[in-house]
Write a protein that binds this ligand. Structure first.
Ligand SMILES: Nc1ncnc2c1ncn2[C@@H]1O[C@H](COP(=O)(O)OP(=O)(O)O)[C@@H](O)[C@H]1O
Ligand SMILES: [Mg+2]
Length: 247
């Protein structure tokens, strides 16, 4: 895995500055949380990293080198909110995972690798022939994670991956993310509008508002003593916390 760094990144859509001079580092082997309300520019930042948003200025670096935008290999893999957008309903989940693997492996090797990846995300490998429609939302996100890992990425970007799931199964997917981080040394940018979700997986958190990072630091520190009113508002929205705004 690698370090991902955004360096003074600005993205504009017409008159809207969706990302405004953002610098943020995801250190190798760590999960950095990016939190902020809807429309704050989180997905645009993620999309810029995979060449899907128009970069006005700034750079995106992997281990200090510009992210390659050409070639078959995709060093950054994304997982999205809606697993239907990344899983072809006509393909079995095994085929979906195999499709994302680098070329060159034999059939037998691919099958073994699909089994390994399904086991890694705690899915029964004997279900490789199942279609996405036969799976629950949580299981589909496990497949989406397995598929992202199949591409042997240097960094994974997870954008609201638990936001469409029932609260009852969100925890299991978050536990899986934590487990993958410790087992594989995963480098991950973990995006959510929900600070409760972010704080559960991220060692470091950045708070985004109107396209800018308004606060960042070690998760425990930001949560215990937020500098910014906006962070306090996000924190106040988390059930079970008691953070009063001084205003
Ligand atoms: N393709 C696009 N064209 C025009 N405006 C966009 C596009 N994508 C995002 N935006 C705008 O950029 C801002 C940030 O959006 P987004 O990155 O999706 O925020 P978030 O993921 O935090 O909810 C919003 O004002 C949104 O309307
Ligand atoms: Mg978004």
């Amino acid at each position: 895995m690698s370090e991902l760094r955004f360096d003074g990144l600005t993205v504009r859509y017409g008159a809207t500055t969706a990302v405004d001079d953002v610098s943020l580092t995801v250190p190798e082997g760590q999960i950095v949380g990016l939190v902020g309300e809807s429309g704050s520019g989180k997905s645009t930042l993620a999309r810029a990293a995979v060449g899907l948003a128009p970069i006005e200025s700034g750079r995106i670096l992997l281990d200090g080198q510009p992210v390659p935008t050409t070639g078959r290999r995709r060093p950054l893999q994304m997982v999205f909110q809606d697993p239907y957008s990344s899983l072809d309903p006509r393909m079995s989940i095994g085929e979906s995972v195999a499709e994302a693997m680098p070329r060159g492996a034999s059939r037998t090797e691919r099958r073994a690798e699909v089994e390994r990846l399904l086991e890694l995300v705690h899915l029964d490998p004997t279900r490789a022939a199942a279609r996405p429609s036969e799976l629950s939302g949580g299981q589909r996100q496990r497949v989406a994670l397995a598929r992202a890992l199949a591409g042997r990425p240097q960094v994974v970007i997870a954008d609201e991956i638990t936001s469409a799931l029932d609260v009852s199964i969100q925890g299991a997917v978050l536990n899986l993310v934590r487990e993958l981080q410790s087992e594989l040394g995963l480098s991950m940018l973990f995006i959510s509008h929900n600070l409760a979700v972010v704080r559960y997986v991220a060692t470091h958190v950045a708070v985004m508002r109107h396209g800018r990072i308004v606060e960042e630091g070690p998760t425990a520190q930001v949560l215990a003593a937020p500098d910014h009113d906006y962070t306090r508002e996000l924190l106040a929205a988390v059930p079970g916390t008691n953070s009063r705004s001084p205003r």
